[in-house]
Design a protein around this ligand. Sequence first.
Ligand code: 5AD
Ligand code: SF4
Length: 469
Amino acid sequence: MAEKQKKLFIKTWGCQMNVYDSVKMSDVLLPLGYETVDSPENADMVILNTCHIREKATEKVFSELGRLNKFKKQRAEKGDETLIAVAGCVAQAEGDVIMDRAPYVDMVFGPQTYHELPEMVAKATGAYGANRIVNTEFPTESKFDTLPEEGNAQGVSAFLSVQEGCDKFCTFCVVPYTRGAEFSRPADQVLAEARALVKSGAKELMLLGQNVNAYHGEGPDGKTWGLGRLIRELAEIDGLARLRYTTSHPRDMEDDLIAAHGEVDILMPFLHLPVQSGSDNILKLMNRKHTADDYRRIIEKLRNARPDIAMSSDFIVGFPGETDADHKDTLKLVEDIGYVFCYSFKYSPRPGTPGAKMGGIVPEKVKDLRLQELQALLNTQQKAFNEDSVGKVMPVLFDRKGQKNGQLLGRTPYMQSTHVAANERLFGQIVDVVIEDAHANSISGTVVTEETTSKNSKNKKSSEGRAAA
Ligand code: 5AD
Ligand code: SF4
């Protein structure tokens, strides 16, 4: 007998891996009769999928929980039960604190145990407040072995997790503690999920991992495959038009992966390769295990393989010990590389990380000034890149509908968000667009041709990935 329909609301913070995990959680709950809804008020189950990477994470979760408890009480008055769950990296790091401070929370589980949701739900349902669950172990079996391959469709541009966890232990970062040790999924499992995603309508796959280019999965031939090998194999899937991967570490940028950028047509010419700082002193304190010049050399190799590759990075300003000279080294690196889009943050000490115990704390005011200076430079570069696109024809994958009627949103090969007045039937297609306007965070243009078939088949030669002047 089919389960009674129940409403599930998931709120997701943080990285793309969390977005992927939230989809998988809804997939696991689908056979139990849970259907995803857009607001928490009337939901039978609410999951907060949290992020612990920077400060105030825990406080944000508690303020959201307070709001949810009101809904839970209102529903209880009508005799309806509401399960409240906290998932993700705050759950992993602070599970017991959450259980103590918020007695109305029914379940706390980390990023490696959500495949056990059916059992957790079974134990937690029943009397209000009974059987509270904390499930933050790192199980020996991989959740990927039991997660359903098919479920809630992700759409035109889909995430696919291939690697998880991190062994790098950068001194500012909580990820090795919250996500656990590095793990790569076997290649045939990744290929099967990729085929299923393409079958359900995906044109673009974003391969995900906390340190995705450290991928070293078992291949069907019994050998260990690196990310370059995996990408070449994925590129053979009929109907797949674009491949991307994120997030990478410079130390794992192997030659075979760099070569793939020059050889695999559907691997998009945009790479997020965080460097964090341009100062060798700070890179050392951060335990990054490479110098600024090592990074420059990697970018040079990438540009030799794929001259039009656009670069993106993350930066942290105000790490303990950072001097004005160190900060200038970061600005110099930014000038040397020339980025198209970056994220930059003020350092925030994370409990349990070595950075949190380091001396040489940079005053908040200095962090503010450095961040402003860095962001001004990054914004100038981003603006210049967008302005440089004007007049060019670029293939845009329409993956979202615009707020206005008759407007589609999409991405160029370089990840630029592109607004176009276009017929709705072009949704999900890759279409040549002549870029007419550049804005701070996006570009806009007009459809050149609606004959999209050649760009949606990987077997035919197309202008995909190359901006024609
Ligand atoms: N403080 C500030 N930024 C951080 N990041 C990670 N940990 C911290 C921290 N403690 C940033 C890094 C990373 C991105 C995901 O978040 O730049 O690449
Ligand atoms: Fe964190 Fe990335 Fe460093 Fe791993 S490589 S510790 S995920 S910043």
